[in-house]
Design a binder for this molecule. Structure first.
Ligand code: 3SL
Length: 262
């Protein structure tokens, strides 16, 4: 659906299961899996991976592995044994991936990509590339659909929070004149959380899951804003760096955060 020259929509899909309800050919779809697939993808491209090939199943990932590809595989928050990486952004901060294709399968994020892959444009969003992403979305003059990967088709708080952050920023542009109720609700959520997103997420299921898995540093890393200007885009079955000027956001700025005690 096209909305004419000067009026565009911001819509939020809170679960990949609902995607068919929101599917329009000319949407720019932003895939959001803050903890951690989309944060890991931004990091891997920033660290020099040539491309990420998302696959929905372990079986497909295994076929690539047998052909000699580097493969990241995660299920239920843990790396799948037998593969090169899990889904932690820290796993991709390595020279091993420079100039290489990396195959990736995750519990939710790669399924959301799979669901949306026929959209006009599919890009990857995370707090790490927040400002560049928002600038890109504002410049497209297209309807924007923020697709939250959630957890096993259920709603989750951190993806909604980021969808709210993007809605908050984009809705400053008057040409985004249609803001859906879902988009409004996540924007209000973000406005309540923005002072301290880490604290806001303290009772979130994924934060508790990560505490059990000893992954608190992953959460802190993934909540950092504007560590890269890279906008990953899905084209020809692979995620590559978009050729879009990074503007004020310097590239190659991702830094390893120190290990924290709390
Ligand atoms: O499901 C996913 O895509 C992952 O991001 C989940 S986890 O962060 O590895 O737990």
């Amino acid at each position: 659906m096209t909305t004419g020259d000067s009026s565009y929509k911001i819509e939020v899909c809170l679960s990949p299961l609902l995607y068919p309800v929101y599917e329009y050919e000319d949407n720019v779809v932003v895939i959001i899996d803050i903890l951690r697939a989309t944060s890991a993808i931004c990091t891997a491209l920033e660290y020099g991976a040539e491309k990420i090939i998302p696959v929905p199943t372990i079986e497909e990932a295994q076929k690539y592995k047998e052909q000699g590809y580097l493969v990241g595989a995660e299920r239920d928050g843990s790396p799948v044994p037998g593969f090169d990486f899990g889904n932690s952004p820290f796993h991709y901060m390595t020279d091993k991936i420079k100039g290489k294709a990396v195959i990736l399968t995750t519990t939710n994020g790669t399924l959301a990509i799979e669901a949306a892959k026929k959209a006009y444009k599919v890009v990857i969003g995370s707090f790490l590339n927040y400002s560049s992403l928002c600038r890109y979305l504002a410049e497209q003059k297209k309807n924007v659909l923020l697709l939250c990967a959630g957890w096993k088709n259920k709603y989750n708080l951190e993806d909604s929070l980021f969808a709210g952050a993007v809605t908050h920023e984009l809705s400053k542009n008057s040409f985004f004149s249609h803001i859906s109720d879902a988009a409004l609700s996540v924007k209000y959520l973000y406005q309540a959380a923005r002072k301290d997103p880490y604290k806001f997420l303290r009772n979130a299921s994924h934060r508790k899951r990560f505490a059990r898995l000893n992954l608190k540093d992953d959460i802190k890393y993934c909540l950092q804003i504007d560590k890269t200007g890279t906008i990953p885009v899905f084209e020809n079955q692979a995620i590559i760096r978009m050729n879009f000027p990074a503007g004020v956001i310097p590239v190659n700025t991702i830094v390893n955060i120190p290990k924290s005690e709390n």
